[in-house]
Design a protein around this ligand. Structure first.
Ligand code: UD1
Length: 428
């Protein structure tokens, strides 16, 4: 069992350059499948994350040739001819459902297993499938497998919820479809704009990303190109919160401050001092005030991916806060660990009531998913004594070198491989 051992109580000070966004690079990698030409696609400064490796494994299995060039990745996709994603690879990365749109667009066929549930709750894909059907796909579900086929043609799709993944899937499906695809009630996350910009770089015609109506005008083919994705706003937000809870000062650099407006607004509401410039934000940590009601909503709301780290912050704030999770209503698996460390959080449905405490104490806790893991690592940074967060493999899905970055800011975080029994004995 891999974990991080954290010696808490040190204020973080310094600057962090934020890596490319996981939630941008994954759909961009999937979208590369649309390129039938012999021209390569170069993706610049690709973050070194477990999920990226898992996606590259899938692309390779489908017939793509992936070459690393320093931090860049070069993708040749002209030989892609396989439309089936093996179950084991699919299980490694649930979000691979958005490969269905580009595979259908490219090969007229796609086959993969159902993604199933995960630690943050059910991950239904009804909106993906209904949308693809509206574009002409014939979809059969059998024994946990989804088989899709058909020559796609443009159409109007109304999403009953602005799902990020479904919006991306449908945009990619529309690129090589005949005619115009219009997606209504589309997700407005920056990652959708990133996908649009990438697709247009390789010759697609997508417009409207960032608004609730995205239009894709089908083109006969796309080609190669060079692209760098946006910086990861969730990683940036995590380091901003780390500054708050340790009472230090951290500057996140090479970011887009506009992507973090809702988070910055929340920190200001909690009485934290925040400065920002063109491509940086500095957070001067210190005791935060409780925030009476924090609503988690799709962009431009406060992102659900920062809800767990924000709960760590509010656990240490003066007074009572209420967090209402409107995106993944059951995303509270970090609460058991936080409470074990001395937080006072009670749950009711999609609401968490948090009574702030002055201190957290070190404990052995378990990361059940990526952002829950980030929340527990943050708690460990602020806690008195030693914390062991096991489930490091989840955290490495989305944070590049988390331990090294935190240590460069003055933290003491060490990656370890431990047995669960050993951990329990240590912390009994
Ligand atoms: C993406 C992000 C994830 C983030 C989430 C919300 C990636 C790889 N992952 O996930 O980090 O937490 O957006 O910002 O980009 N839903 C349905 N039916 C569907 C699809 C979704 O009911 O077909 C529901 C989900 O259960 C959830 C809500 O819609 O309650 C939001 O999900 P969605 O926006 O699709 O998230 P993902 O794309 O899976």
């Amino acid at each position: 069992m891999d974990g991080f051992v954290i010696q808490g109580g040190l204020a973080l000070e310094g600057k962090v350059k934020v890596h490319g966004a996981k939630n941008s690079i994954l759909p961009v990698l999937a979208a590369s499948l649309l390129n039938r030409s012999r021209e390569p696609i170069r993706l610049v400064k690709v973050p070194d994350l477990h999920d990226v490796k898992a996606m590259l494994k899938i692309l390779t299995r489908l017939g793509a040739v992936v070459t690393a060039d320093g931090e860049d990745i070069i993708l040749r996709t002209d030989q892609v001819d396989c439309f089936h994603i093996p179950e084991q690879l699919m299980r490694e990365m649930r979000s691979s459902i958005f490969l269905m749109g580009p595979l259908l667009g490219r090969l007229g066929k796609a086959s993969m297993c159902y993604p199933g549930g995960c630690a943050i709750g059910n991950r239904p894909i009804d909106l993906h499938l209904q949308g693809l059907q509206a574009l002409g796909a014939i979809i059969e579900e059998k024994d946990g497998f989804i088989n899709a086929r058909g020559k796609l043609k443009g159409g109007e799709v109304y999403l009953s919820y602005p799902s990020v993944g479904a919006t991306e899937n449908l945009i990619m499906a529309g690129v090589l479809a005949r005619g115009k695809t219009v997606i209504h009630n589309a997700a407005r996350e920056p990652e959708i704009i990133d996908l649009q910009n990438f697709l247009n770089t390789i010759g697609a015609q997508v417009e409207g990303a960032g608004s609730s109506t995205v239009t894709v005008t089908g083109v006969p083919e796309v080609g190669g190109g060079c692209y760098r994705v946006y910086p990861d706003r969730i990683v940036a937000g995590t380091y901003m919160i780390a500054a708050v809870i340790t009472g230090g000062t951290v500057t996140v650099e090479e970011i887009i401050p506009g992507h973090l407006e809702a988070v910055t607004g929340l920190l200001l509401e909690a009485g934290i001092s925040v400065e920002s410039g063109d491509n940086w934000i500095t957070v001067h940590g210190g005791p935060a005030r409780a925030v009476s009601r924090v609503e988690i909503y799709p962009y431009p709301g406060i992102p659900t991916d920062l809800q767990p780290p924000l709960m760590t912050m509010l656990s240490l704030a003066r007074g009572k806060s209420l967090v209402v999770e409107n995106v993944f209503p059951r995303r509270f698996r970090h609460v058991a660990g936080l409470n074990k460390m001395g937080a006072r959080i009670s749950l009711q449905g999609n609401r968490a009531l948090i009574q702030g405490v002055t201190r957290l104490r070190g404990a052995a806790v378990e990361a059940t998913d990526l952002r829950a893991g980030a929340a527990l690592v943050l708690a460990g940074l602020a806690a008195r004594g030693e914390t062991v967060v096991y489930g490091r493999q989840y955290i490495e899905r989305g944070y590049e070198n988390l331990d090294l970055v935190l240590n460069s800011l003055g933290a003491r975080v060490e990656p370890v491989t431990l047995s669960l029994q050993g951990l329990e004995a240590q912390h009994a």
